[in-house]
Design a protein around this ligand. Structure first.
Ligand code: KIV
Length: 287
């Protein structure tokens, strides 16, 4: 059964009535189709695609071109979820006008409904500039993978009273600048809940406990498709990696043994045409 397109208004109302929002990362056409069938409300075309799809060590190498390619592929699935596209490292930090130009590209060429960028108060002017250009912005604070080297690694954030207060101030500054939602990544659950209570806009948690307005997980982590490193906060909901390896191994075995393909997978030729072919094979070639 198809549903209406999810809007920012729907997400806001979900927060207000306490209905948890579901978000999942997805990076291409088949994933979009599956996510729509599952009824997910929000898709994040996250720059995690640099790690889980392209095999980079971090998200820092992801470019605008990569983001646009994946956003456009996801768009072709025509799901009714709300789509957020990540602004990659280097696409929004230089100055607000540069950020606005790149956000416009993600909308026009990637067909996203909103863009997401990482950072707190220091990004408020940039968020405001993008929002003023008519583009919805999703914030992201806590563990911000694009600045992982500055943070000293993939570590939980907001673990002291002062750090937790700074996170709250960052969240309030982003809300004030016009963000319609904010990702809280790797933040103690009580801190995330306290931030969520003080914001009007929804929070989407990843490793931030059940007190957020919604949850997001990375597709490849939750479905067993990326085993190089699994954060503590990942719940595995299936082992698609094992399923795919089993299928591929059986395929290799069956081709080697001659079990595949069978007549059922083959095309036929009419007997008369076959005889015609045989006759042509036996005729000497004419110069
Ligand atoms: O890029 C991404 O997938 C993200 C999520 C981890 C929130 O930003």
């Amino acid at each position: 059964m198809s549903r209406e397109k999810v809007t920012i208004l729907d997400l806001q109302q979900m927060k207000e009535r306490g209905e948890p929002i579901t978000m999942i990362t997805a990076y291409d056409y088949p994933s979009g189709i599956l996510a729509e069938q599952a009824g997910v409300e929000m898709i994040l075309v996250g720059d995690t695609l640099g790690m889980v799809v392209h095999g980079f060590e971090s998200t820092v190498q992801v470019t605008m071109e990569m983001m646009i390619l994946h956003c456009a592929a996801l768009h072709r699935a025509k799901g009714n979820y709300f789509v957020v596209g990540d602004m990659p490292f280097g696409s929004y930090e230089i100055e607000p006008r540069h950020a606005v130009r790149n956000a416009i590209r993600l909308m026009q060429e990637g067909f996203v409904d909103a863009v997401k960028l990482e950072g707190g108060r220091e990004m408020a002017a940039t968020v405001r500039a993008i929002v003023d250009a008519g583009i919805s912005v999703h914030g992201h604070i806590g563990l911000t993978p694009q600045s992982v080297s500055k943070l000293g690694g993939f570590k939980a954030q907001g673990k002291t009273g002062a750090a937790a207060k700074k996170l709250l101030d960052d969240a309030l500054a982003l809300e004030d600048a016009g963000c319609f939602a904010i990702v809280l990544e790797a933040v103690p659950d009580r801190v995330a809940a306290a931030i969520t209570e003080r914001l009007r806009v929804p929070t989407i948690g990843i490793g931030a406990g059940a007190g957020c307005s919604g949850q997001v997980l990375v597709w490849h982590d939750m479905l067993g498709l990326f085993d190089r490193f699994t954060p503590k906060f990942v719940q595995k909901y299936g082992d698609a990696g094992q399923l795919i390896t089993d299928g591929l191994s059986t395929y290799v075995k069956q081709v080697k043994s001659g079990e595949f393909p069978t007549a059922a997978h083959s095309f036929t030729i009419k007997e008369a045409e076959w005889q015609n072919f045989q006759r042509l094979l036996n005729e000497p070639d004419h110069e």
